[in-house]
Write a protein that binds this ligand. Structure first.
Ligand code: FAD
Ligand code: NAP
Length: 531
């Protein structure tokens, strides 16, 4: 009999978890507390208790070729940066294509997960669920936790004296839906992550005035990168990752900061932080400088205190405000698992952010509990592919002391690199982390061999965006379509933009080819010298 796996949550992580189980011949049973798939990306005016919530206009910050599942490219005609409705369309296509829905029990919450009495020998779990007021208990061979980490609002009211006497309205960005309630109001937004900056831009279209309050400033990236390509397509390449390793972090930061300041000087716009550009989770917003230069958004320091009608900032200035939006991020917890896994101040100790280290059997895995510089979906997918192989005993975890040393090392590296903040506890870099997982599974692309056997593919793997298809070229779960998907990825980026026929500038089309050839010659020369 196939071993049964409980998948908790039917968001994007839960969907790829079901598929990974099926691919490995395991029997998934997915419990989703709401009535539909999609998790955070299914917009509703009033989402169910315990599900993440987004605003009506939200557009994703990771582009389609970088965020797709590795064996299911997003259709050619879908835009590079998708509105949530388009993302849901893609998830529904994925669920249909791999027949995932029949494994999901909707309207069913997992209330408790505990070790079965024979756990030390079997690794089994007792899972208690609740549906329509009735509780049920069942035993599973393994559990994949896919409950997301953007559900519980972090609302630090204690840090804002006087908020209790403030007579206006205050809310967390989680509860923001659209700007209509803020028309002609004076609004202060606290926090300059992606929520704070998106909301400042949107609310400032109709509000009387928006103030964007930040305690340390931020470097602002554009979605639209060089030559109009999505920024993650431009930056997430193996060559750039290699080059970054060769530079000191100060040189890499200096280079990036110069580029960002060429668009607008962050000091002139009141945004310049004390920290370097790579020391903070990136804020991506093409429109924010426009709203600042037109005076609709005014950047302010942290708020020292509130009065009944105003905010007093740390520089002593005071502004009358009608509403406050706390775009102060999220906390995560696993209330159904309290005995096994502890979360302290948004920190959790998991081997490669997936496996607890202190279990007699590795039959519990956490999926999607990372904050990547890149998209979460392909990372969740690779985590699931690894976890299911571990459940089956086809991949083994190192001894506990080695896992603890790895966790400690990662925590130290994170603390060294990032400014201290509760939002920087599960940070990962896309390519290094994906490669690390891929090594566990044996699916990391073998570049030297590719150069010898398939040079055009090797070139695109090295120089092109490190798209998720790269992890389907070989090893368990290899997909025959991966090569073609990689060689056609640039067409899928351009196609949705080509809505009006234009004559291509001939030098523009030749230049990238020449550049590619020059890099190829350089790469071949290096390989030749190394051999
Ligand atoms: P979720 O989408 O949160 O799904 C979790 C599911 O688990 C939900 O359906 C919930 O109902 C269910 N659940 C929870 N607890 C239980 C339980 N006890 N029993 C049963 N079911 C349960 N990520 C990116 O990669 N790129 C982006 O550009 C990006 N933009 C974002 C924008 C916003 C505004 C926010 C808030 C987040 C963004 N994210 C982005 C991160 C986002 O979390 C991921 O994209 C993605 O939604 C994670 O999927 P998930 O399945 O892990 O979690
Ligand atoms: P976030 O990234 O955690 O940012 C929280 C912000 O609030 C930070 O600026 C933080 O400042 C500030 N903050 C927290 N506590 C504070 C306090 N006590 N006093 C003052 N400031 C405080 O949260 P988020 O912006 O909601 O983003 C959550 C996730 O959703 C991220 O992954 C983000 O990329 C994603 N997102 C994406 C989009 C999009 O794709 N369009 C839109 C929104 C969100 P410090 O840095 O100083 O701690």
């Amino acid at each position: 009999m196939a071993r049964r796996v409980a998948v908790i949550g039917g968001g994007s992580s839960g969907l790829c978890a079901i598929k990974a189980c099926l691919d490995e011949g395991l029997e998934p049973v997915c419990f989703e507390r709401s009535r539909d798939i999609g998790g955070l990306w299914r917009f509703e005016e009033q989402p169910e208790e315990g599900r993440a919530s987004i605003y009506r206009s939200v557009i994703i910050n990771t582009s389609k070729e970088m965020m797709c599942f590795s064996d299911f490219p997003i259709p050619d005609d879908f835009p590079n940066y998708m509105h949530h409705s388009k993302i849901m369309e893609y998830f529904r296509m994925y669920a249909r294509r791999f027949d995932l829905l029949r494994h999901i029990r909707f309207g069913t919450s997992v209330c408790r997960v505990s070790k079965s009495p024979d756990f030390a020998t079997t690794g089994r779990w007792e899972v208690v669920t609740e549906s329509e007021g009735k509780q049920q208990s069942d035993v599973f061979d393994a559990v994949l936790v896919c409950t997301g980490h953007h559900t519980d609002a972090h609302l630090p009211l204690h840090a804002f004296p006087g908020i209790e006497k403030f007579k206006g309205r205050y809310l967390h960005s989680r509860d923001y839906k659209d700007p209509q309630d803020f028309r002609d109001k004076r609004v202060v937004i606290i926090g300059i992550g992606n929520s704070g900056s998106d909301l400042a831009v949107e609310i400032s279209q109709t509000a009387k005035q928006v103030f964007l309050s930040t305690r340390r400033g931020a470097w602002i990236f554009n979605r639209v990168g060089q030559q109009g390509y999505p920024i993650d397509i431009v930056f997430t390449t193996r060559l750039k990752a290699l080059m970054q390793q060769l530079l000191t972090s100060s040189m890499a930061s200096g280079f990036a900061e110069r580029q960002l300041n060429m668009r607008f000087d962050h000091a002139h716009y009141g945004l310049k932080p004390k920290h370097r550009v790579f020391d903070q989770h990136p804020t991506v917003n093409d429109d924010l400088p426009n709203r600042i230069i037109s005076g609709r958004v005014r950047v302010k320091p942290n708020i020292q205190e509130f009065t009944e009608t105003s905010a007093i900032f740390e520089d002593g200035t005071r502004e009358d405000v009608d509403a406050v939006v706390f775009a102060t991020g999220y906390s995560f917890s696993f209330p159904f698992l309290e005995e096994c896994v502890k979360v302290v101040e948004n920190q959790v100790s998991l081997y490669k952010y997936v496996f607890p280290v202190d279990l007699e059997k590795p039959t519990l895995a956490f999926i999607g509990f990372i904050q990547p510089l890149g998209a979460i979906m392909p990372i969740s997918e690779l985590q699931c592919r690894w976890a299911t192989r571990v459940f089956k005993g086809l991949s083994t975890l190192p001894p506990r002391h080695a896992m603890e040393a790895d966790i400690k090392h990662k925590k130290e590296e994170m603390a060294k690199r990032y400014v201290a903040s509760r939002r920087h506890t599960i940070q990962v870099d896309y390519i290094p982390y994906m490669d690390e997982l891929a090594c566990q599974l044996g699916v990391k692309p073998n570049l030297p061999l590719l150069f010898l056997t398939d040079p055009p593919l090797a070139l695109e793997v090295l120089l092109g965006p490190c798209t998720p298809y790269q992890y389907r070229l070989r090893g368990p779960g290899a997909w025959r379509g991966a090569r073609a998907a990689i060689l056609t990825q640039r067409q899928r980026v351009l196609q949705p933009l080509q809505t009006r026929p234009v004559e291509e500038n001939s030098s523009a089309s030749v230049l990238p080819l020449l550049r590619k050839l020059a890099v190829a010659v350089a790469v071949f020369a290096v390989i030749f010298l190394l051999l």
